[in-house]
Design a protein around this ligand. Structure first.
Ligand SMILES: [Zn+2]
Length: 90
């Protein structure tokens, strides 16, 4: 585990960053199972996979990644449609 990850975990007291009502970007109102079941405490498997500034359990990270990819795809679609419109109006 990197030094930075350890700092993140220490700062968050081993808890998932998606605490209730935190409404994080790309996670929204997804309820963290760690917060539901064990007061936010992440297990070792989660801790081994901390990669961001915000320490998230694997479930929350999965939701975040999925939503972010949907967002990117959606944005790309809008950009493409916009470009088509511009080409047509010329
Ligand atoms: Zn979580």
């Amino acid at each position: 585990m990197s030094k930075k990850s350890k700092q993140v975990i220490a700062r968050q007291k081993r808890k998932c960053g998606n605490s209730p009502n935190s409404n994080l970007s790309f996670i929204g109102d997804y309820e963290c199972p760690r917060w539901k079941l064990s007061n936010g405490f992440m297990d070792n498997y989660d801790l081994d996979h901390i990669i961001e500034n915000m320490g998230l359990c694997l479930d929350c990270r999965h939701i975040k990644t999925m939503n972010f990819q949907n967002y990117k795809a959606e944005r790309q679609k809008i950009n493409t449609e916009f470009m088509i419109l511009q080409t047509k109006s010329r």
